[in-house]
Design a protein around this ligand. Sequence first.
Ligand SMILES: [Zn+2]
Length: 96
Amino acid sequence: MAPKKRTTQPVSKTVPPASAPGSLFDTASDPAPRQPENTRAPRPFIGIQFKCCSTYGRIYRNHEANAYAGNCPRCGKRVNVPIRHGGGSARFFSAG
Ligand SMILES: [Zn+2]
């Protein structure tokens, strides 16, 4: 199992130790992982290789939730990848 590198969380609060009666350091014993993606309903996307420009990008699901649609980040060519139910779990596509 490969160790996942967690993204470093930005320090949002700097609390002076003098005003914190030891309670802050208890968080070290709580290993519950926080997933920043769960803060809001994420919009599904897929990684895609644009053949037209040999570049990589991501496209997002459309409103109908039946396809992923987007544009090539370089030339703006529109791509459309239909979502196939039960058609495997491929997460990487190519188009263009
Ligand atoms: Zn392109």
